[in-house]
Design a protein around this ligand. Structure first.
Ligand SMILES: Nc1ncnc2c1ncn2[C@@H]1O[C@H](COP(=O)(O)OP(=O)(O)O)[C@@H](O)[C@H]1O
Ligand SMILES: N[C@@H](CC(=O)OP(=O)(O)O)C(=O)O
Length: 553
């Protein structure tokens, strides 16, 4: 597991506690300091996305800027989330994650679920079956050292073949749907074994087999059920990305390209499009890229925006976005409504339920996102929109990101605050490391070596970031309650930071105390009657959207 880092820059040795800063325009006063929170796998940097001038995780800023500059999708996409749709148009995108399509039985249920909405004309986005992506990665790692002759015997390869061919058999489909891909996969693993290396580019090609196979099987199932479906590999229909293998960003050209292809095909011969999630094509290399783990959510929202669909649905194995990770607290309960900002913040700070970049296209297209449970269709889920009534909201959700490394940086030279901060950022930039993506200790070593030329650097490992997502207009109330809980539990908070987006307060604590902290905070905020309004909201099954439309579950 890659280490993550929280970074605290203190240009004035006298400043004791680092409280926020904006990298774009550090308005730090004489006594204040500057701090960053940086994460390995997800971004946690204040100000980073707001123009910090450094490379962002997943190069998100790059593509986002292009999108914003050039505006939204072109024809035939419709304007706005609520544009009227004619019979000839696709209406929603429904994304099903790996857990939703993990077996033949699950595929049947998902087919049944889709068909239970006869009024919809959906685009379907699928992830790889179950844990296929992990197995493919493991097979690749093992292939590097096992020798070409032993590849066929790799447990992971056997598992993947059995899962997919077994599913095909149980569904009464033809094995030829994926046999070519299966052979190609084995060949690729042999190639990796011969080369004794697994590059990021090869890694993306390798994991693409998961989505390529699941979508072929599912399209064949629908066709067998008498429902016309057409399979698409995202990298063949216009998902154009940067060439940042394993973490590619979707480029602007994607929107008109996929709109043209999907809409055009639908009009000439209606068939439910079944699209591979997670995958794209690098614009320079032409090679298969992936959008980062969990990237199928982003595929779905990209399609939603491109086609100007009425709604984006992401079907998971939980009853929506919950008040915290259910693996940390069994009493985590669904959050009925969220804004795009809240959902994005939640995802950025580590809630596994949504891909960190996935809210961007939905927000830009103003398309509501509904998070639903494919195992429990009747659960209302979470509706994510541009705005919601925050008057009763205090706290929405608590997110934990563990295994963070904190860098305490104290200036040793008279560079002045601005110069010092600029230098700190440029060190990361020069090393080609995203400050929120300091992935390995080796990378950290280089950073520290450089930083030590201008500062005294303390490395504090095994830290966790606890993010309190909610109404920061009520930050005093949140902090009062949170510190009360932490004090009662004898926990020492090592850093505190409030996001510029006004929906997030982050606390850094030691890893060993983090889980217990989240549990205590969850109990205090969501289970002790402190927030009766949450229960009020749960009773209410509708919410007024900013444009006056009332959405109902
Ligand atoms: N705040 C949260 N709300 C809901 N689920 C969460 C949260 N934090 C972590 N999770 C985890 O995220 C999982 C769902 O995300 P993911 O596995 O990516 O779904 P899928 O593969 O179906 O797209 C849940 O099973 C849950 O364990
Ligand atoms: N299969 C990819 C992409 C994805 O989105 O998966 P899921 O929807 O199951 O999180 C992954 O495991 O990362």
């Amino acid at each position: 597991m890659a280490a993550a880092a929280a970074l605290r820059c203190n240009p004035r040795p006298s400043a004791a506690v680092a409280l926020r800063g904006a990298a774009a325009a550090p308005q730090v006063g004489n006594e204040a300091a500057f701090e960053l929170l940086v994460g390995a796998t997800e971004p946690c940097l204040r100000g980073r996305r707001r123009g910090a001038g450094i490379r962002c995780q997943r190069s998100a800023a790059a593509s986002a800027v292009v999108v914003e500059k050039k505006g939204r999708a072109v024809e035939p996409a419709r304007e706005g989330a609520n544009a009227g749709h004619t019979e000839s148009e696709l209406t929603v995108v429904m994304k099903f994650g790996g857990s939703s399509v993990a077996s033949a039985e699950r595929m049947r249920e998902v087919a049944d679920l889709i068909l239970s909405f006869p009024e919809e004309r959906p685009v379907i986005v699928l992830s790889a079956m179950g844990k296929t992506t992990n197995k493919l990665l493991m097979a690749g790692e093992k292939a590097v050292g096992c020798g070409a002759t032993n590849v066929s015997e790799l447990d992971e390869l056997t598992f993947i073949k059995e899962l997919h061919f077994g599913t095909i058999d149980q569904l009464g489909l033809d094995r030829s749907i994926v046999s070519g891909l299966s052979d190609e996969l084995e060949q690729l693993l042999k190639g990796i074994a011969m080369m004794k290396e697994l590059t990021l580019r090869t890694r993306d090609y390798l994991v693409s087999f998961g989505e390529c196979m699941s979508t072929r099987i599912f399209a064949a199932l629908l066709n067998k059920l008498g429902v016309k479906a057409r399979q698409y590999d995202a990298f063949e229909i216009g998902f154009i990305t940067t060439d940042d293998f394993t973490n590619a960003d979707i480029l602007e050209a994607t929107y008109p390209a996929i709109a043209k292809r999907l809409h055009g095909d639908w009009v000439t011969g209606p068939a439910i499009p079944i699209v591979t999630g997670f995958l794209g094509k690098g614009w320079k290399t032409g090679a298969i890229t992936t959008l980062g783990r969990g990237g199928s959510d982003l595929t779905a929202t990209t399609i939603g925006k491109a086609l100007g669909l009425r709604e984006i649905q992401v079907w998971k194995d939980v009853d929506g976005v919950l008040t915290c990770d259910p693996n940390i607290h069994p009493n985590a309960k669904p959050v009925p409504y969220l804004t795009f900002d809240e959902a994005a913040e939640l995802a950025y700070f580590g809630a596994q339920v949504l891909h960190p970049q996935s809210m961007r296209p939905a927000r830009e297209g103003d398309i509501p996102v509904r998070v639903k449970n494919s195992y429990n269709r009747r659960a209302p889920g979470t509706l994510i929109t541009k705005a919601r009534d925050m008057s009763k909201t205090v706290l929405t959700s608590i997110v934990l990101k563990s295994n963070i490394t904190m860098l305490d940086i104290v200036s040793t030279r008279m560079l002045g605050q601005y110069g010092f901060l600029a230098k700190v950022f440029s060190i990361f930039e020069d090393l080609g490391i995203s400050v929120d993506c300091v992935a390995t200790s080796e990378e950290l070593d280089h950073v520290i070596e450089e930083l030590e030329k201008i500062a005294v650097v303390h490395l504090l490992q095994h830290r966790s970031i606890i993010s309190l997502i909610g109404n920061v207009q009520r930050s005093s109330l949140i902090l009062e309650k949170a510190f009360n809980v932490l004090r009662t539990n004898g926990v020492n908070v090592q850093m505190i930071s409030q996001g510029a987006s006004k929906v997030n307060i982050s606390l850094v604590v030691h890893d060993s105390e983090a889980k217990q902290c989240v549990q205590a905070l969850h109990s205090a905020f969501f289970e002790s009657g402190f927030l009766p309004e949450v229960n009020d909201i749960l009773q209410d099954d509708s919410v007024a959207h900013s444009n006056g439309t009332v959405y109902r579950h």
